[in-house]
Design a protein around this ligand. Structure first.
Ligand SMILES: Nc1ncnc2c1ncn2[C@@H]1O[C@H](COP(=O)(O)OP(=O)(O)OP(=O)(O)O)[C@@H](O)[C@H]1O
Length: 257
């Protein structure tokens, strides 16, 4: 048992079930994530990964099951309480930066706005923090007053990460954060995410199609198929010694590519 698994989990989910008509998007999913742990959710398109992330973060209600964050019932929480968590202790990095940024607001404003939502008021301090976070995500702070629409896709994604991390969340949900970017841009972004996550001791639940990204970032992996977690375990174990035939297929198709 590693050090992480001996601590109280941050987030637990039990027996999550959600159907869309005849499709079981989630079918009896259990999950725990501990402080500082990175867990990747992998699986083919339509396997239920995004639905799981949305249910865990309280964006979508399951038909049945339980989600608990530090002992609080996430599904029973008021919308105001869930939004408060999302502005402070939780973060969500969307695949499309437009879903996580305000495109008409300056880069510094995007970061400052989230800080202000946690009570920061001092203009000088907010600008200083924005400058610090732009630097951490490798954006020249001299571009603080530009709107994100002027940035490349990779920069927009790095800005979304800065905006998310400025409140030092405990738990960050990431939905295909490198999807849709050029391969070289993806590699740089993955390195940046890995460094920030380790440095800040963040717990991250990351949905990805990309097995190599999961290998690089995640301590543990969940493999989903048709709404079911068919295999889970330490990343190296799952990828080097996959037990379920579907995981074996997934791993061999990456090796053959
Ligand atoms: N709002 C919805 N209405 C109807 N069906 C839905 C809805 N959202 C998801 N589904 C279906 O539920 C299943 C799981 O979808 P989900 O988006 O969670 O999969 P995914 O693994 O994230 O796929 P992708 O990698 O393509 O994003 C799919 O069959 C999808 O078509």
């Amino acid at each position: 048992m590693n050090e992480r698994s001996s601590k109280t989990p941050l987030l637990t989910a039990r027996d999550l079930t959600l159907r869309f008509g005849r499709i079981a998007a989630l079918d009896g999913v259990d999950l725990d994530i501990h402080p500082g742990e990175v867990v990747a959710i992998v699986g083919e398109s339509g396997s239920g990964k995004t639905t799981l992330l949305r249910v865990l973060s309280g964006l979508m209600r399951p038909d049945a099951g339980e989600v608990s964050y530090l002992g609080q019932d996430v599904l029973g929480m008021s919308e105001a309480a869930r939004r408060r968590l999302m502005r402070t202790e939780w973060g969500f990095v969307h695949q499309n930066p437009r879903d996580g940024l305000r495109m008409a607001v300056s880069a510094g404003g995007n970061i400052g706005e989230r800080l202000m939502a946690t009570g920061a008021r001092h203009y000088g301090n907010i600008r200083e923090q924005a400058s610090h976070w732009l630097t951490r995500v490798e954006i020249d702070p001299a571009r603080m007053d530009e709107v994100p629409a002027k940035f490349s896709g990779g920069m927009q994604q790095r800005l979304q990460i800065a905006r998310t991390l400025v409140t030092l969340p405990k738990l960050v949900f990431m939905d295909e954060p490198t999807g849709g970017l050029d391969v070289s841009v993806q590699a740089r972004l993955l390195d940046l995410i890995r460094a920030l996550v380790a440095d800040l001791g963040l717990a991250v639940l990351i949905v990805t199609h990309d097995i190599a990204a999961a290998r690089l970032l995640a301590h543990r992996m969940l493999v989903m198929r048709h709404g079911v977690v068919v295999e889970s375990g330490l990343t190296d174990r799952v990828l080097d010694d996959p037990q379920h035939p579907y995981t074996q297929l997934l791993v061999s198709s990456v090796l053959a590519a």
